[in-house]
Design a binder for this molecule. Structure first.
Ligand SMILES: CC(C)(COP(=O)(O)OP(=O)(O)OC[C@H]1O[C@@H](n2cnc3c(N)ncnc32)[C@H](O)[C@@H]1OP(=O)(O)O)[C@@H](O)C(=O)NCCC(=O)NCCS
Length: 217
């Protein structure tokens, strides 16, 4: 694992076609046969490299030059649409938001923010996702370890938490592997997707006064 410097280079790997980050308009769905063939070659090459060398995952900054890649990635990975404010805020959070590059191609991203509700200081993982063909290559692990390292270095967070759809078994298993636990179920948390219910997954670093009192009783 390594860290990329910021910049607008690279491509976003998708099932359809690689989206080059040039001034050309971003085309996403209408891929030609050649584009699909190129993409298949690229995917095959990446997978062979992953098998032979376990791939090469790096995290890079999110900047105004590559924010469109984050938008495209989130559109593909998540069933929820994020608004302009989300992307404006992401540009302000520094190390709390990163793109993940696998062999120099954008295949994942993580975006967090600090939450100070309920007399707690918490890190909230808004999104952490990886394109489907690149899953189980430990790219999610690289992103989550980055988040956990921030928590560890800061040493002032009560916990780190996120929401997942209740049927997202893969993500639940992934987070449980890193010590997250389901602490709450929120009915009708999501507005436009089914199932609408969410679990709150949380990794606790220190119990707040209120939580300690509940635990004692
Ligand atoms: C959840 C997600 C980020 C995991 O990313 P990933 O790169 O595939 O995960 P990793 O390869 O780092 O997995 C690490 C470990 O987590 C567990 N894990 C990950 N995905 C799993 C799955 N689908 N089923 C069971 N266990 C899984 C495994 O123990 C895995 O280790 P192993 O492959 O050596 O057995 C990815 O599935 C994803 O992008 N999902 C869609 C977006 C999403 O739901 N995000 C969560 C809400 S923010």
């Amino acid at each position: 694992m390594g860290m990329k410097s910021s910049g607008g280079w690279g491509q976003l790997a998708t099932w359809g076609k690689p989206v080059k980050l040039t001034s050309a308009p971003l085309r996403f769905h209408n891929s030609s046969k050649k584009d699909t063939y190129d993409m298949m070659q690229l995917k095959l090459l990446n997978l062979i490299m992953a098998i032979l060398f376990r791939g090469h995952t790096e995290l890079g900054d999110i900047t105004p030059h590559n924010i469109k890649q984050l938008k495209l990635l989130n559109q593909v990975v998540f069933p929820v649409t994020y608004n302009d404010k989300f992307y404006k805020d992401v540009l302000e959070v520094g190390e709390l938001a990163k793109l993940a590059y696998f062999n120099d191609i954008v295949v994942g991203a993580v975006c967090c923010r600090i939450d100070t509700s309920d007399n707690q200081r918490r890190l909230y993982i808004m999104t952490l996702g990886c394109l489907a063909p690149y899953r189980r290559l430990h790219i999610g692990t690289v992103m989550l370890k980055h988040v956990l390292k921030i928590c560890e270095e800061d040493a002032n967070f009560d916990n780190v938490f996120l929401h997942v759809q209740v049927n997202n078994d893969g993500a639940i298993k992934f987070y449980e592997k890193f010590g997250f636990k389901i602490v709450e179920e929120k009915k009708n948390y999501y507005k436009r997707i089914e199932p609408a219910d969410a679990y709150v997954l949380q990794k606790t670093f220190r119990e707040s006064g209120e939580q300690k009192a509940v635990a004692k009783n």
